[in-house]
Design a binder for this molecule. Structure first.
Ligand SMILES: *Cc1c(COP(=O)(O)O)cnc(C)c1O
Length: 413
């Protein structure tokens, strides 16, 4: 009794996000995936119970192990990433840490880049070395150095592309080839690209991780994470989660399922606006640098074109006046949250020191090349013209203020 909907392999992304992973029928003929709020599942017949527990029969035992609502979300991610298997976690960091702890042991080695989400960087700098794993972080844009470190021998290569918050783009195929030469597994954080813009498994990556908190859920109202890949690897990751306990709760799973259904629609609008905002920022005198892979002059543009279907909805830029300008510009925006999240329907502005790298000290951010004048925009679904006018007006007010009160002009911070 397979209750899973089968999807024609040819259907487009907009159809896949809606129907992928869904079930054919629900209790009471409900059309929506029910939130199954039950810690455990009861069996009158002990033999059946035991069979389910051993995995010899489909079914559920205890929601730390598996839950019917969470299982639909996992199936949906399989449909989006063309993965054999997926494991959901209580947050993106739980997924990343669960995957790294499942795949690495004392005495082994991981190679990654200096640019990655701040929390991921903490796992590399603080927690993995503590359990006896050797970590080597390379300059993100020095592909030859990354290849050299991989060739020295390692067990896991960890990639994030595009990176948070500097939007650097890694050549996935090339680094996968280097990893395969030494028999290393490759893990890729696909949060910024989303499964609609990039499918790392199709480029040879072994495990894809997502913070479902971001574009997948899309409404800034839930935390979640998910890992996907071949069942041989995912069974290890699932076992780790079952025992270490960072399971996703069914209400959160329901919100993420609901959010994913509009991902294609949201992303289309968001990345059209992102391109427009990035192009405007390139002309803005207050701005020193703009990071967006959709700009022809972006150093990763050609690779992004080759491995992505769209350039995503995150833009970052550096204000010449550093933190002083950031502190003055952000309050002038009318249609934006100033917050630490990204990927929601509302536009969100935030500096790295209170968002992606809030876990790091000033010295650590400097060592990672994260400028204090860096602002990340998570572009929302508002009308492009309104977002452009809002940013342009805010910049105009700030420039005017600096012209009339030059003492307010900050030195580089
Ligand atoms: C937010 C984020 C994470 C962490 O996800 P949480 O759901 O906040 O734990 C990991 N990687 C990237 C790229 C992110 O943006």
């Amino acid at each position: 009794m397979n209750n899973k909907k089968t999807l024609d392999a040819k259907v487009g992304a907009g159809t896949r996000v809606v129907w992928g992973g869904e079930q054919v029928s629900h209790p009471y003929n409900a059309t929506q995936t029910p939130i199954v709020a039950s810690a455990a599942y009861g069996y009158d017949d002990i033999d059946t119970w035991y069979d389910v527990a051993l995995g010899n029969q489909p079914g559920f035992i205890y929601s730390r192990m598996s839950n019917p609502t969470v299982a639909v979300l996992e199936d949906k991610l399989c449909a989006l990433e063309a993965a054999e298997s997926a494991v959901a976690f209580s947050s993106g960091m739980a997924a990343i840490s669960g995957v790294l702890h499942s795949l690495l042991a004392c005495g082994q080695r991981v190679v990654s880049t200096r640019d990655s989400y701040g929390g991921t960087n903490k796992i590399f700098e603080e927690f993995l070395p503590r359990m006896g794993v050797e970590v080597t972080l390379c300059d993100t844009y020095d592909t030859e150095a990354i290849e050299r470190e991989i060739a020295r021998g390692c067990n896991v290569v960890y990639l994030e592309t595009p990176t948070n918050p500097t939007l650097k783009v890694l050549d996935i195929r090339r680094l996968v080839a280097a990893a395969k030469r030494v028999g290393a597994l490759v893990v890729a954080d696909n949060t910024f690209a989303t499964p609609l813009n990039q499918n790392p498994l199709a480029l040879g990556v072994d495990v894809v991780v997502h913070s479902a908190t971001k574009f997948l859920s899309g409404h800034g109202d839930v935390l979640g994470g998910i890992a996907c890949g071949a069942e041989t690897l995912m069974s290890k990751v699932r076992h780790y989660r079952e025992i270490n306990g960072a399971a996703l709760d069914p209400f959160s799973a329901y919100l993420i399922i609901r959010g994913i259904k509009t991902l294609a629609l949201r992303l289309r609008q968001q990345q059209a606006s992102a391109q427009a905002l990035a192009e405007y920022l390139c002309t803005e005198p207050l701005v020193e640098a703009v990071n967006y892979p959709g700009l022809a002059e972006h150093p990763g543009h050609a690779i992004a074109r080759a491995q992505m279907r769209g350039f995503g909805a995150i833009v970052s830029f550096v204000l010449k006046g550093g933190m002083r300008d950031v502190a003055q510009l952000l309050p002038l925006l009318k249609y934006a949250h100033r917050a630490g999240n990204l990927g929601a329907v509302e536009t969100i502005y935030g500096p790295a020191r209170t968002t992606s790298h809030v876990e790091n000290t000033l010295e650590e951010r400097q060592a990672l090349g994260i400028s204090e004048g860096l602002v990340r925009i998570s572009v929302g679904i508002e009308d492009t013209a309104d977002l452009l006018a809002d940013l342009r007006d805010a910049c105009t007010v700030l420039r005017e203020r600096q012209r009339t009160q030059p003492q307010c002009t900050a030195v580089h911070a």
